[in-house]
Design a protein around this ligand. Structure first.
Ligand SMILES: O=C(CO)[C@@H](O)[C@H](O)COP(=O)(O)O
Ligand SMILES: [Fe+2]
Length: 228
């Protein structure tokens, strides 16, 4: 069964010059979680921000959970920085870690929730022996590195497969989707099994964040297995 739905705006599409205000504004508009995309210009061909910015947002007063999506290789060294910065959830790409089990343990031992991220062509078998250590599974519905890309439809089938893996396991695991999510497709994405929705350009690209988030929530109420 899906958990109550969470909307997680990706600050990759926010105005970096006014980041604190942007995060305040999107949370006031009804967002649940702040999605924080860390890119290293190595694992992905783009460069964003590091743990210092996460720490600054916490110091600024952001109390909503910060969901750190590490697009970084290698991952272990930077995990400590984000734990120290107060990250609430840390996810990483299994291909970017030499020791996936160790990286998951590192995150959890620091008190954060841990997750694995699957690129569109990455197989789900990385989950096979670590499901008991995973709090969140993030399926990329675009290739990582940039906001504003188009949702890859094959993700819907992968979501259904992942939902079955989670439900069969009996573990308490969130299923997050990231890339090209909008008010137009959020309903079918939820029908396929996702319960946490990252959206960057669909929210920050619009003048009124609340209008978009309200529209997304209204779409989610139409899902068969809806839970507020
Ligand atoms: O991780 C990534 C991209 O690598 C995402 O979090 C994007 O930032 C989502 O942006 P939109 O596709 O919603 O514009
Ligand atoms: Fe992301």
């Amino acid at each position: 069964m899906s958990k109550p739905y969470l909307i997680a705006p990706s600050i990759l599409s926010a105005d970096f010059a006014r980041l604190g205000e942007e995060v305040d504004k999107v949370l006031a508009a009804g967002a649940d979680v702040v999605h924080f995309d860390v890119m290293d210009n190595h694992y992905v061909p783009n460069l964003t921000f590091g743990a210092g910015v996460c720490k600054a947002l916490k110091k600024y007063g952001i109390t909503a959970p910060i969901d750190v999506h590490l697009m970084v290789s290698p991952v272990d060294r930077i995990i400590g920085d984000f734990l120290e910065a107060g990250a609430d959830i840390i996810t990483f790409h299994p291909e970017a870690s030499d020791h996936i089990d160790r990286s998951l343990q590192l995150i959890k031992s620091g008190g954060a929730k841990a997750g694995l991220v699957f690129n569109p062509a990455t197989p789900l078998h990385y989950l096979d022996y670590v499901l008991d250590k995973v709090d969140q599974i993030l399926l990329m519905s675009v290739n990582p590195g940039f906001g504003g890309q188009k949702f890859i439809p094959m993700t819907l089938e992968k979501l259904r497969q992942t939902r079955k893996i989670i439900d069969d396991s009996g573990f308490d695991i969130r299923l997050e989707v990231d890339g090209g999510v909008s008010e137009q497709n959020i309903r079918e994405i939820a029908e396929a099994g996702a319960d946490m929705f990252v959206a960057g350009s669909a929210i920050f690209g619009k003048p009124n964040y609340k209008t978009v988030i309200d529209a997304m929530r209204s779409e989610l109420t139409k899902v068969g297995s809806f839970q507020a």
